[in-house]
Write a protein that binds this ligand. Sequence first.
Ligand code: THU
Length: 159
Amino acid sequence: MEKKNINIEIGKTSEIGELGKTEQSLVERAQQAAQRAYAPYSNFKVGACLLLSNGETVEGNNQENASYPCGCCAERTALHYASSRFPEAKVLTLVISAYNQDGLLQEPITPCGMCRQAILEAEMRGGQPIKIILNGEKHSFIINSAADLLPLSFDNSKL
Ligand code: THU
């Protein structure tokens, strides 16, 4: 049987200064958004900040519910708000940050599978790669495209 490998390039910063000024400000905005999350059940607060092609930035955070499955992750809160407010704009960059009870996560936050699917849809809709910055206190990961986060994905080309 033939074997195939899937390689994904991940950038790793050792300090926030390695990011550009705009990206640093998106990181700050994602961190601030995380602190406003409604997460009384998990106490895990996630923030997302999007840079759109029209120059706008949109933030989101996780919104939980006593009926747990009703909750929504930060990434999808931000993506859905961006799509409802600026339907024509492409998503250029997405930054994600998260806090647990000890504070900002040391290691980069990695998005859940459902959010990866939602980010991929936004990427395909925009027709260009979304730069994804997974922020952590010690370092951040930079991913070049949502497709890299979801190999062998299901998308609308299969429908
Ligand atoms: N959460 C996010 O907002 N984004 C992720 O990528 C992972 C998980 C939220 C969902 C829930 O409110 C809490 O974190 C714990 O899972």
